[in-house]
Design a protein around this ligand. Sequence first.
Ligand code: RI2
Length: 320
Amino acid sequence: MYYVQSMLVSDTAEKIKKMEIRGAGRIARAAVAALKAHSEIAPSRDLSEYRKEMVTAADLLIATRPTAVSLPNAVHLVMRSLTLDTPSVSSAKEEFSRACQDFIRSSENAIQRIGEVGARHIRDGDVILTHCNSEAALECLLTAHRKGVRFSVYATEVRPGNQGLLTIGTLNRAGIPTTYIVDSAVRYFMKEIDRVIVGADAVSVNGAVVNKIGTSQIALAAHEARTSFLVAAETYKFAPRTILGEYIEIEERASSEVLPDPMAKAHPFITVRNPVFDVTPPEYVNLIVTEEGAIPPQMAYIIIRDYLGWEIGDFEARTR
Ligand code: RI2
């Protein structure tokens, strides 16, 4: 088999790895767009060669960031079309292209729908806290603001990546009054907060939410203060394989993101750890806002069974 590595796939994979493309939804859409372009230029002469090329490209993209389940879910969803009975490479390419377009469109629609559903939970006078930079969580805030609800936001800094800067940029452009705080100030301010709204990189079958490091501490502080804790997540962030008891891997990134190498070298007895995500138990989550509606975390299994299809976690067996 000859294989021409599409520059677009490797470029996209690099950008996702380096977090130049980031956010669980955005990386899923970027990976699917790269696969679509890769398929269009694949020089394969027969179907099995074409499928193998696509599986190789899919594997490369999936390996870039291990935690965001949106990435393998999105890739598996579009790769499913390769198992269809098609008479030729060109018709397989057409099916694949359609599947990619469908995914990108439905992912964008999901954000709009989550905004509509989430906005219903924001009231006049609310003080909302958000953590990191979630497109889904922000859409809830932006939609409520567009509907004329008057509220303000506390946004965290989000060490070490400083994604809080992106969040305050968006909120500022919309004209939503926002207070910017360091991550460790969350409990100090929790008594002033009415609602926490964050995004998710993954949701497991028991309703546990994997999101940016620090989220579970915020949830704990919210629980202590009886502040409601909402998660905005598209259904393709739910993790089918957790039904089988599989754990969601927590990505640990370079220590230099926390302590620059020269500083680390000056402290030879110090080890720096940099986990990027943590797990918030379902007991601390009041609602998960999806495009299918707001559900209690205990209903995560239903989302996987009825809207996602747990068999998407099982595509390798059918495409290899
Ligand atoms: P949307 C991000 O991960 C954050 O953890 C954010 O809460 C989550 O993805 C969901 O983001 P990272 O890529 O998909 O910054 O809602 O590590 O945009």
